[in-house]
Design a protein around this ligand. Structure first.
Ligand code: ADP
Ligand code: TRP
Length: 332
């Protein structure tokens, strides 16, 4: 029996290089080796109150980009989270044993509270519980995600194990974050600090759908500094981030070439950024072309979503029937 894989991305708009190298690239590879479920987390995106029209458009965008990246609906189950209501039911059961204190201590919750103090809603607090339900509903053991999701996986294991203890069984297996890379990936952004992420602003991210001209402009504006003045000096964060981005998209000898120039204080950031932008354009070109073609094919998209809904629900229903029985919920 193949191990089961689950992962999803929130439908908050266009996908970027961080999503691709942190998550999607693994999705595409994993579908050949595992029983894969990839979904679009539209319920999770409700924490930030999108308008109804934005919500649907964003779901379509992510679906198109999943397909453009190479997720194959013949190999994987691709579905929209809200199309599988059993997930929301499992979320409810898990919520009964998720404690306020542990939810408030989650790093991503604290970040969100800091960023949006006026919108600290219960959905935000229980975000990791819904994520645990997404994973446990298919009894998955492997979850391809970027480094920032590691703590959420730990919480998913906690909630699954707690359910098992409470009902005295070993129903849910333990899910772990997964990457084919040697460790979980963190792709830096262009603003000189931290990871690439949608909430950090459009100038900080390179979207998979960005035109070459847009990519060039964003990279040329990326934060750098006056350049090294002492040979082999350590790199400040903004410069290290650009090198880390080059490591992701460029050939190893290109990276080595610019490392060498940096160490000899002979690097010209203009040339360095130009090369980085061209390599980003090359890495995203095939995806960008497919995005346009797939987005135009509404009939194909609704067929894919329909098949995914069926397959996703079939698997979820099996679990929810067992869970109801374990919890003691019975119909008369
Ligand atoms: P964002 O941070 O832009 O809102 P999401 O939180 O929706 O993106 O992330 C979806 C997936 O992409 C998750 O698996 C997450 O770990 C991964 N991911 C997002 N940004 C990065 C990044 N900068 N580096 C690595 N992985 C990332
Ligand atoms: N929390 C993830 C993110 O912000 C998205 C997500 C929701 C997810 N449910 C999941 C990822 C289940 C993996 C498995 O990126």
């Amino acid at each position: 029996m193949k191990e089961t894989v689950v992962s999803g991305i929130r439908s908050t708009g266009k996908l970027h290089l961080g999503n691709y190298y942190g998550a999607l690239k693994n999705f595409v590879q994993m579908q050949h080796d595992y029983n894969c479920f990839f979904f679009i987390a539209d319920l999770h995106s409700l924490t930030t109150h999108p308008t109804p029209s934005d919500l649907h458009g964003n779901v379509k965008q992510v679906l198109v980009e999943y397909l453009a990246c190479g997720i194959d609906p013949e190999l994987s189950t691709i579905y929209i989270q809200s199309d599988v209501p059993e997930v929301a039911e499992l979320y409810l059961y898990l919520n009964m044993n998720a404690y306020m204190g542990e939810l408030e201590r989650s790093a991503s919750f604290k970040d969100k509270v800091r960023a949006n103090p006026d919108n600290v809603n219960a959905g935000l607090l229980t975000y990791p519980v819904l994520m645990a339900a997404d994973i446990l509903i298919h009894k998955a053991t492997k979850v391809p995600v970027g480094k920032d999701q590691e703590q959420h996986l730990e919480m998913a294991r906690t909630f699954g194990n707690r359910f098992n203890r409470l009902y005295n069984n070993d129903y849910f297996p333990e899910p772990y974050a997964f990457s084919y890379a040697t460790s979980l990936v963190k792709v830096p952004g262009l603003d000189g600090k931290g990871k690439m992420g949608k909430s950090e602003g459009e100038g900080n991210v390179i979207n998979l759908s960005d035109d070459p001209e847009v990519i060039r402009k964003k990279v040329m504006r990326a934060v750098s500094d006056g350049g090294p003045t002492v040979e082999n000096q350590p790199k400040p964060e903004a410069i290290q981030n650009l090198f880390d981005l080059m490591k992701v998209v460029s050939a190893p000898d290109t990276l080595a070439h610019f490392e060498g120039l940096y160490n000899q204080c002979a690097i010209r950031y203009g040339d360095f950024k130009k090369q980085l932008a061209e390599d980003m354009i090359m890495a995203t070109a095939p995806i960008r072309e497919r995005i346009q073609a797939i987005a135009a094919d509404e009939a194909y998209l609704s067929k894919v979503a329909g098949i995914g809904r069926e397959k996703g629900r079939e698997s979820a229903l099996k679990t929810i029937r067992d869970v109801r029985e374990l919890v003691g919920i019975k119909s008369f």
